[in-house]
Write a protein that binds this ligand. Structure first.
Ligand SMILES: *[C@@H]1O[C@H](CO)[C@@H](O)[C@H](O)[C@H]1NC(C)=O
Ligand SMILES: *[C@@H]1O[C@H](CO)[C@@H](O)[C@H](O)[C@H]1NC(C)=O
Ligand SMILES: *[C@@H]1O[C@H](CO)[C@@H](O)[C@H](O)[C@H]1NC(C)=O
Length: 365
């Protein structure tokens, strides 16, 4: 009798259990980082680091500004499209609720860096540790929506993108001559410090989510952006100092990610060499159908590299011909070319594997 009861109970709990927990497909995408990947969180904050006025978004499907620092799509949008995902919503968007939570969320905030003291001039931005706290809050909301087990599975099987580092140079170390950080550290020592702080951030991200794949981009070619050509470069040459910063930081980042993977016994972290992908068409714009890699499409002053891109700025008519949209950020077309390298590139661009390999390995196909 006791045995029969146990069997009945077991069957009942199986039936009830499977009725209560619907199967949820692991198809979520999470984004962390700075303006290269922010898709609108800063619209909800009191900060000068924003892209919510025209002509931002001029080539977006709605032709309206969204908060993306691009004329159209940015890199996370294009990665999402490659995996067949819906556009991910900014975490602060009121639209991100109910079933929309299942697609993931974008926690990025323009102006932030690896260090807490990066971007302080932008006042009210979501620093990286707060982005991770929001990720925890998100998981709680997701659990309420689909149950703890499903939420855990969805996050584990998700894809993560994190882009940080550029602001730690441009908006910290090199922001002003004799900045506190530049008096504290030589460039190589600053890079070592940044990498050790970045390592802690990635470990924390791994602890709180455990996503099986995390794409980590290095910095872009900081010295070649129109803002630096206008203020530091001589005769349109890239700023050597900032190029040295990028070429010191990026290889150390790759090395650190390889070390983390070894420690975790799994290829969770993937180093994306966006610097090289971007440099390819800065060195040879004509080879990729660009007219210029020096002049921003939107801006003013030399190379359109001074100040913000606003409705009063110069605006190029053919955005397809420009590498840079504003003084710091690539055009949609440049983003597409970068993502092509992330999808199909060799280990030189994507270490240890590219997005097409990830698509197969993690069954996103
Ligand atoms: C940055 O802030 C976070 C959370 O506020 C803190 O845990 C971390 O130690 C800080 N990092 C540094 C280098 O001070
Ligand atoms: C990647 O390469 C494949 C095969 O060569 C090609 O069909 C595809 O269009 C490429 N994808 C991208 C995004 O470049
Ligand atoms: C990257 O993608 C292509 C397919 O487009 C593949 O042939 C190549 O082996 C991949 N490389 C790595 C390192 O995964």
């Amino acid at each position: 009798m006791a045995l029969l009861n146990i069997i009945i109970l077991a069957i009942l709990s199986l039936v009830l259990g499977s009725a209560k927990i619907p199967q949820v497909e692991g198809r979520a995408f999470f984004v962390f980082g700075d303006s290269l990947v922010d898709n609108g969180n800063n619209n909800y904050l009191t900060t000068t680091a924003r892209a919510d006025g025209p002509p931002y978004g001029i080539d977006f499907p709605t032709h309206r500004p969204t908060g993306r620092f691009s004329n159209g799509y940015n890199i996370p949008d294009l990665i999402g499209q490659y995996y067949g995902l819906e556009l991910v919503l900014p975490y602060l968007s009121p639209e991100l609720s109910g079933n929309k939570l299942l697609g993931g969320a974008n926690f990025a905030s323009a102006g932030v860096g690896i260090l807490n003291d990066t971007g302080i001039q932008f006042v009210n931005i979501i620093r990286i540790y707060t982005q991770i706290d929001y990720f925890l809050e998100y998981q709680k909301r997701l659990s309420d929506q689909i149950g703890a087990e499903n939420a855990k599975k969805l996050v584990k099987e998700s894809l993560v993108l994190i882009t940080l580092g550029g602001n730690d140079f441009v908006n910290n170390y090199y922001l002003i001559p004799y900045s506190p950080r530049s008096r504290q550290f030589t460039l190589p020592n600053y890079c070592t410090f940044l990498i050790s702080e970045y390592r802690k951030i990635l470990q924390r991200l791994h602890e709180v989510g455990g996503a099986r794949r995390v794409i980590v981009t290095g910095t872009g070619p900081l010295g070649c952006v129109p803002a630096e050509l206008a203020t530091r470069g001589k005769d349109g040459e890239c700023s050597l100092e900032l190029q040295l910063a990028a070429s010191t930081f990026n290889p150390k980042l790759t090395e650190m990610l390889i070390g983390l993977n070894k420690e975790l016994g799994s290829d969770i972290f993937v180093a994306a060499n966006t610097n090289q992908a971007h440099m390819d068409f800065i060195s040879n714009p004509g080879g990729f159908g660009f007219e210029t890699s020096k002049i921003a499409c939107c801006g003013q002053g030399p190379y359109n590299g001074i100040g913000l891109c606003t409705a009063f700025s110069n605006l190029c008519s053919n955005r397809e011909k420009y590498v840079f949209w504003d003084a710091f950020h690539p055009t949609e077309r440049a983003n597409k070319l970068i993502v092509q390298q992330l999808v199909n590139g060799s280990t030189f661009y994507m270490n240890p594997m590219n997005l097409s390999t990830i698509k197969i390995l993690d069954s996103w196909a």
